[in-house]
Design a protein around this ligand. Sequence first.
Ligand code: ZN
Ligand code: ZN
Length: 447
Amino acid sequence: MKVRFWGTRGSIATPGPGTNHFGGNTSCVELTTDSGDVLIFDCGTGALGLAAKLMSRDKKPIAASILLGHTHWDHIQGFPFFTPAFVAGNVVDIYGPEGSRGCLHGVLAGQMEFTYFPVELDQLPAEINYHDLTEGIHTIGSTRVATQFLNHPAMTLGYRIEADGVVVVYLVDHEPFSDDLWRAGAEPGRIESILHAGDRRHADFMANADLVIHDAQYTPDEYGPKKTWGHSTYDYVVQMASAAGVRRVALTHHDPGHDDQFVSDIERRARTLALQCGTGLDVFCAYEGCELSLEPEAALQPFVTTAPFQASVADRSFRILVVDDQPDTLALIVRALEDEAYTVSKATSGAEALRMIAAQLPDLVVLDYKMSGMDGLTVTKALRADPATLSLPVLMLTAMTDEPSTRAGFAAGVTDYVTKPFSVPQLTARVRASLTRTQRPEAPTRP
Ligand SMILES: [Zn+2]
Ligand SMILES: [Zn+2]
């Protein structure tokens, strides 16, 4: 298997003398399997060079699969210049997360409307197929592909590719679920010691990979004011990958404000940290033109998911109960969820919430932690003690970011734990991921 980096920059293309080495083009990575499957992770401006390479090769017609993590600009801006799509007979399959607003085809067509681009999406002569994905196991060509949602202010998928005896995992853009990575009192450096269930799931997804390509836009010093923007620090990535037994990590999605010297410094610090972790993890900062040949080093360990079957939620309607004793926060969350076309009801106390849930079971509860009277923990424990609400998803929304509170939340049985400050897109993405995970195929479809 071969992997080549065509775009390593995050957020916006940043050409110029200061980014000559690591590159100024936005996200695009080519993966070619031994059997000839071409998988392209993201289609940022780096896709231009890749398109030229594909067009110049002898093997025609061209068949390629584009796996979009999400549809923020820096991940799709190269698509209108992806020349194989302009040639009849070529086949381009595009995969991406089932969006919270609109299907993949609609979103990509939007950036090619006449106002923005002279050729509209449906005028492209190649055969283009669109695949809206949710979490699960998929087959693309002859390749097994697992998908899992990341933590980003948009529905964003990570991809785990298992082929040729090798595992490559693409995790861009993603931000830690929790400020504290490790549970107090537990031995750090092990997956089971990770505090937040979301981070633990993220580590499990990359377990034993030969190569993980991961967002590492910030240094720990920069992260504070950029929290909720949906990106990781290199130290988070190195610690997670070490715990997950990953062999090699490519740090990518470099910040547009970081020149080559700065990124080199990140690489040096990341390597020092990897050495301290002591698992033999090899870490480097991805650069444009970097090409890796991957051979099996150990028996491939396929990703096994114990999560329930993840069904499409695109065409279904859901009822969500929001519980908060702060009127401003309550109104903000209700409005955000109503904008996403959910049917939203609200309660201002824990007791009122339990009464409402007993009268009509919602699909998900967004629950404040600290409330006067009965707090969110007590509500969660009551729900978990009742067989009728044992598996009702509870998303706790709280200003309590400390380790003991997070631990107490999960111990009480919350499904997800979202800390303030949060952004509305981040919250709605987490709500949607929770709903996706709790849908089983036998669940009745609501009218
Ligand atoms: Zn991005
Ligand atoms: Zn993004």
